[in-house]
Structures are given as C-alpha cells and as structure tokens.
Design a binder for this molecule. Structure first.
Ligand code: NAD
Length: 255
C-alpha cells in the first residue's frame, strides 16, 4: 500500500532529532522553476556555464546580465504552504534543523530558525578580494547604478558577487560541517523536493541510514535513495506537508 502523510506524521512524532533536507522542488509552487523537471532552468540556460566562477571572473558583465534579473524574480515571490509547514514543524519541536540547497531565502521568510544554506543565498553580497559584505538590496542598487551592470566593492573596487555559491566555487565549509553534524545526529531525515543527485547533499541520506536513522522522501520524480526510504510520498510538497500537519493535529487530539 502507498505511504500516506499520516505515516510521515508518525515518523516525525517518534523522532528525537528529525532534520529536513530541501531542494529546488520545494519552491516550484512559489513559481521558481527547479533545475531538472520539465520547463526547469536547465532547459533555457546552462547555469553551469553562465553561473560559474569562470564567467564571473572573466565576463562579469555577462554574469550580471544573467544574475541580476534572477534576484528580482526571487524578490517578487512568497513562501508557499510547504515552506510554512516546514517552519511549523520546527516551531512544534518536531524538526531540529533545515538543510537547504536553495538560494531563494524562502525558508527564512517562512520563519525557519535553524537554517543551513549549503549553496549560499541571495541575501547578501560579498567581495572576493577583500571580504567586504553588503546586503542584497545594496548589491542590487550598485548593479543598477553601474553603467555596465556590474556592482563593485566600495573598499577595493573589485566586482562583487552575491552570496550564492557559483559552479566552480567551494561550498561554505561551516554550512557543510553543520549539515554533516545534523545528519550524524539525525534519527529521521525528511527530503523534500530534491532529486538527490547533487553532491555533497546527495550523500547526507546515506549518513542517516548508515547510522540507523530513518529516511522519508517527498518528490515528484525518482531519486537514487528511494529504495532506502521508510516513507515515500509523491505529489505536491505544499499539499502533502499540509496534510502531515493535519495528521499531527489529529494524533495530538486523540492522544
Ligand atoms: P532538482 O531540480 O534536481 O530536483 C527537484 C526535485 O523536486 C525533483 O525530484 C522534482 O520531482 C521535485 N519537485 C518539483 N516540484 C515539486 C513539488 N511541487 N513537490 C514535490 N516535489 C517537487 O533540484 P535539487 O535537487 O535542489 O538540485 C538542483 C540545484 O539547483 C541545487 O543545487 C539548488 O541549489 C539549485 N536551484 C535552486 C533553486 C532555488 O533556490 N529555488 C532553484 C533552481 C535550482
């Protein structure tokens, strides 16, 4: 018989240290395309090229022509019921941390507190030469004010980038360490909206199951970890996670 949101609710209610791992699929219901589904970002651009460190360094104008509109796209978008349900699970003490590959800040805006952004985020700008940091709003203003569309560091004049980790750039060590620590401690990991093919996040479910923890996966497509999942849900993250909260409410009422 197919697994249900109530099965996931039971798993979370029995956990000591449940951790949520999310990918681009949790934000598609907010209107941000994911990478690998039909109509996703891969189809129109090659982010590995235009979103790479090499392009940022050698062709900053081209990089910023691609990057700047994406910052606006995310601004005009709101968290959806899936982000809100994940924040609610943390508020109720049923989830200890959220590890996300997303750069869109929607978990933070939905109220998630313990948030680990392993691919960085659009929330700030950084200078790779002198380490200066500015807010995302300031970064956009500088890009808009520059004739060539490239924001520059006011301290050293070098071109600035957003806090998003580019292809060819190392992942933030602190975030990766925190994600590993949570995976080691986790007795339940819930994956939402990730195809689990991008390393190192794709290795986290293995850390959990090898340590005796349980795995739940909620995506629309298959993942390489499906055969190890204790609970496997398909369908829309927003719909399914709202049903999980409702199932938890019902179980709490009935003791
Ligand atoms: P992916 O595109 O490889 O996989 C998305 C997964 O989510 C698929 O399994 C798909 O079936 C599922 N999915 C899509 N819509 C869904 C929905 N409404 N409900 C449930 N499942 C849904 O995404 P990934 O694993 O995160 O890897 C892609 C990379 O792209 C990551 O590195 C991420 O940083 C980056 N990215 C981020 C954003 C964002 O910040 N919103 C958007 C695009 C890409």
């Amino acid at each position: 018989m197919a697994d249900t949101p109530a099965d996931l609710a039971r798993l979370l209610m029995g956990a000591e240290h449940a951790v949520v791992l999310t990918g681009a699929g949790i934000s598609t219901e907010s209107g941000i395309p994911d990478f690998r589904s039909a109509g996703g970002v891969w189809e129109e651009n090659d982010p590995m090229e235009v979103g790479s460190m090499a392009t940022f360094v050698t062709e900053p104008e081209r990089f910023w022509r691609f990057h700047r509109p994406r910052m606006d796209m995310v601004d005009g978008i709101a968290p959806n019921p899936a982000h809100e349900a994940v924040a609610e699970l943390e508020r109720r003490g049923l989830v200890k941390a959220v590890i996300t590959q997303n750069i869109d800040r929607l978990h933070a805006r939905a109220g998630t507190q313990e948030l680990i952004e392993v691919h960085g985020s659009l929330g700030h700008g950084v200078c790779l030469r002198c380490d200066a940091r500015i807010s995302g709003d300031e970064l956009k203003a500088r890009a808009d004010d520059a004739e060539d569309g490239v924001p520059r560091c006011s301290a050293c004049g070098f071109q600035m980038k957003s806090g998003v980790v580019l292809f060819g750039e190392p992942l933030p060590a602190e975030a990766i360490e925190a994600a590993h620590d949570h995976a080691i401690r986790a007795d339940v990991m819930l994956v939402v909206g990730s195809s689990l093919v991008v390393a190192p996040v794709s290795q986290l479910p293995g850390i959990v199951v090898d340590g005796g923890g349980k795995l739940a996966i909620l995506t629309q497509s298959e993942t390489p970890w499906d055969h190890r999942a204790d609970v496997r849900l398909h369908g829309l993250a927003g719909v399914q996670l709202v049903e999980v909260i409702e199932a938890i409410d019902a179980m709490e009422v009935h003791g």
